[in-house]
Write a protein that binds this ligand. Structure first.
Ligand SMILES: [Zn+2]
Length: 66
């Protein structure tokens, strides 16, 4: 699935992604589909980020996709 927005800056894709973010350590702060700011919850074992329009993204989901 192509990303339209940088999930860490909210800017159109093309910006730089922090190294920690690429490793999945840093939770995304913006929805990749609409660029809205997401509600981020950090847990000891990962994180979840929720877009009001596109639902929840969880670090566990990213891990299983790799
Ligand atoms: Zn969204």
């Amino acid at each position: 699935m192509p990303t339209k927005f940088n999930v860490y800056t909210g800017e159109p894709e093309g910006g730089s992604t922090p190294a920690a973010a690429q490793l999945g350590l840093e939770p995304p702060r913006f929805c990749s589909d609409c660029g809205r700011r997401m509600i981020v919850q950090v847990r000891p074992d990962g994180w979840s980020a929720k877009c009001s329009r596109h639902g929840e993204l969880d670090s566990k989901d990213l891990e299983t996709r790799r």
